[in-house]
Design a protein. Structure first.
Length: 294
C-alpha cells in the first residue's frame, strides 16, 4: 500500500468518525484561504467594534456600538456587529433590577401638585418638560450618597445635577438654582418641572423656589413610576454604566459623576434621538444640521 493510499484511508476513517463526508472535507480544505481572509477582515472590523465599545471607558450594547461607529464615520450592519461580538466573546452589559428604585417617603403632606404632564414627555419640544428625581449612590465600602438630577424630557439632556452626602432638602433646591443659572434664558413661564410626590418636592421651600422661578410644578400619581419613566430610565442606565465601587471618598464620587454626565450629554448616543447624543440632538433640532456624515 502506497503512502497516498494510506493517507486516503486515514482521511476516510477520520471523516467517518466525525460524521462528515469526504466531499465535505475536501470542500472545507479548498476554502481554507478564503476562511483565513474572512477571519482577517473580521478581526479588523472587531478592532473597530472594540474601540467603540471602550470609548470613554463606558461599556455599550450593540446599538451603542453602532451609533458610536457612525460618529467614527464607519457604517457597520448591526447583525454583523452582533456576529462579531459573539465570535470574539464580547458581551454587552445587561440591565439589572435596581433594588433602590424608589426613595422612601419620609413625610405625608397635602402640598401636592396636579399631574399636568400626563406622560406627554416629548410632545411640547425642548425646555418645555423638565423631569427631576433623586437616587441613591452606593460607593466604596458601603458608603451612600444621593444624586438629584433635572432632565429635559425632549432632548434627554441632563440640565442640572447635584450629588449630596445627605438627604437634606437643600441639595434639591441647589439643583433648581443651577438649572436657572445655566439654562434660565431658554426656559419660559410654560416650562413644567415634574417630580414624584417625595417630601423634597412637596416642601414649602421647593414649591416657593419653583414658583419664584416662573416654572410650573407637576407631580406623578402616588406610587406610579411610569409617570416619570424617562427619569427612572436614565438612573437605571447610569447605574449600569457608571462604576463607582472604586470611589473611596465623596470627592472621588463627584469626579466620577462629573465625567459620566459629560459623557452622557456629549457622547452617549441614543437610538430615539436620531442616533445622536442629547447635546447633539438639541443642536440638530434647533439648527436642522445633522452632524453625522458617513
Amino acid at each position: 500500500m502506497t503512502l497516498r493510499d494510506n493517507n486516503e484511508l486515514n482521511i476516510s476513517w477520520l471523516c467517518e468518525t466525525a460524521g462528515a463526508s469526504r466531499s465535505g472535507y475536501y470542500r472545507w480544505l479548498n476554502t481554507e484561504d478564503k476562511r483565513q481572509e474572512r477571519d482577517k477582515h473580521d478581526r479588523e472590523d472587531f478592532e473597530l467594534i472594540l474601540k467603540a465599545y471602550r470609548f470613554r471607558g463606558y461599556d455599550k450594547g450593540r446599538r451603542g456600538i453602532y451609533m458610536r461607529l457612525l460618529h467614527m464615520r464607519v457604517r457597520m450592519n448591526q447583525k454583523k456587529i452582533s456576529r462579531l461580538m459573539r465570535k470574539f466573546s464580547l458581551f454587552c452589559p445587561i440591565r439589572k433590577a435596581n433594588p433602590y428604585r424608589r426613595i422612601a417617603k419620609a413625610m405625608k403632606t397635602n402640598n401636592l401638585a396636579d399631574n399636568l404632564l400626563n406622560r406627554e414627555f416629548r410632545k411640547h419640544g425642548a425646555r418645555k418638560i423638565l423631569l427631576t428625581d433623586i437616587t441613591y449612590m452606593f460607593y466604596g465600602n458601603g458608603m451612600k450618597a444621593y444624586l438629584s438630577v433635572i432632565l429635559d424630557a425632549f432632548t434627554k439632556q441632563v440640565l442640572a445635577y447635584v450629588p449630596s452626602c445627605s438627604l437634606e432638602v437643600d441639595f434639591v433646591l441647589e439643583t433648581v438654582r443651577n438649572l436657572i443659572r445655566d439654562h434660565g434664558i431658554s426656559l419660559s413661564c410654560k416650562t413644567l418641572i415634574h417630580s414624584d410626590q417625595g417630601c423634597h418636592y412637596t416642601s414649602i421651600k421647593f414649591q416657593e423656589l419653583v414658583q419664584n422661578s416662573d416654572l410650573r410644578q407637576s407631580m406623578s400619581r402616588r406610587g406610579n413610576c411610569w409617570d416619570n419613566a424617562p427619569q427612572e430610565s436614565f438612573f437605571g442606565h447610569m447605574k449600569d454604566e457608571l462604576d463607582i465601587k472604586g470611589c473611596n471618598t465623596f470627592e472621588e464620587l463627584q469626579l466620577a459623576i462629573d465625567d459620566y454626565m459629560d459623557y452622557y450629554n456629549n457622547d452617549r448616543y441614543q437610538w430615539e434621538l436620531a442616533k445622536l447624543s442629547p447635546n447633539e440632538y438639541a443642536t440638530y433640532v434647533s439648527t436642522g444640521d445633522y452632524p453625522i456624515k458617513v
